[in-house]
Design a protein around this ligand. Sequence first.
Ligand code: AMP
Length: 180
Amino acid sequence: MRLVFLGAPGAGKGTQADLLCEKKGWRHISTGELLRDAVKRGTPLGLRAKAAMDRGDLVADDIILGLIEETLDAIKDSGFVLDGFPRTLPQARGLDDMLDRKGKDLDRVVLLTASEEEVMERLAGRGRTDDTPETVRNRLKVYEEKTAPLVDYYEQKGILDRVNGMGDIPVIQERILAVL
Ligand code: AMP
C-alpha cells in the first residue's frame, strides 16, 4: 500500500503513521523528521531548510521533492505512509509524476481531522523547538493556505478518506484500519 496522511499540524499523523507502519511492515516517511535529522547533522540540505523551519514556513518545493525522490528510490518496492508530504499543490503534482515514472500510484489519502483546540493542546505538549506559540500559529495558517487545498485535489481523484482524529490513539488507529 502507498498512502498519504494529510491533516493539520498536531492532527496525529506521525503517531498514527508509526503505529500503522509497525503493524504492516511499511515505511514511515516523514519529511519533517528527515529535515530535522539533516539540520542536526548540519548537512547542506539542513542548512538550506533550517530558517524556514524555525519560522514555521514551508521549505522550498524543489528541495522537498528531491528529498522524497531519494527516499522513494531507497525503499524500492516497500509500502509506505507519507507523513507531512505533500504540503502544496506543486508537491502533490510532483509526487504523481514521480510515481507515474515508476509505474506506480497512490492507493489512498487519509485526512485526519481534529478540532483547533485539540490540535493546539497536542502541539503545546510536544516540546519541539518549532512548537512555540508564534511558530505554531504560523504553521496552522500555512496549513490552511497551502495544504488544505490538497483535500479537494485528492477528493477529485476519488482516493480521499476522512478519519476522525479525536480520541484515544488505539481507537483512531482502528478507524484508519477500517477505511483501508
Ligand atoms: P512537520 O514535522 O511535518 O511538522 O514539519 C516540520 C517543518 O518541516 C515544517 O514546519 C516545515 O518547515 C518543514 N517541512 C516538513 N515537511 C515539509 C514539506 N512537505 N514541504 C515543505 N516544508 C516541510
